[in-house]
Design a protein around this ligand. Structure first.
Ligand SMILES: [Zn+2]
Ligand SMILES: [Zn+2]
Length: 115
């Protein structure tokens, strides 16, 4: 199996952005090139190396991508199991996919409920 270079590439890009635009500004300003470069970098990083989405507070590395009413979101290990437990208690099953199955996940369309 080919070695996954995603992490290396992201780290390279981070360095390139820092060299080109400088360190992140303290406050985001949409007219600032530096801020925009970092915003772009974050978008890419979140796509390839996502972090947990838990209420926007958790910064841990994502472990699973789950499906719920609002759509797909990422959860770290801790929050994934927490959420799975919560669903079980309610007699429901949590829909999820492993991050290694990105393509499948992104092309997944939940079946429409009839009636
Ligand atoms: Zn800035
Ligand atoms: Zn988390």
């Amino acid at each position: 199996m080919a070695k996954d270079k995603t992490k290396e590439n992201i780290e390279w890009l981070e360095k390139a952005v820092e060299q080109g635009y400088g360190k992140k500004c303290k406050d985001f300003q949409k007219d600032c090139w530096c801020c925009r470069a970092w915003e772009f970098f974050n978008e890419i990083k979140n796509y390839y190396l996502p972090n947990c989405d838990w209420k926007g507070k958790c910064k841990s590395k994502a472990f699973r991508e789950i499906y719920h009413k609002k759509g797909w979101s990422y959860l770290c290990k801790k929050h994934f199991y927490q959420e799975q437990k919560r669903f079980k208690k309610q007699g429901k099953e949590l829909g999820w996919a492993g991050l290694e199955e990105f393509e499948k996940v992104r092309n997944y369309k939940p079946k429409k409920r009839l009636g």
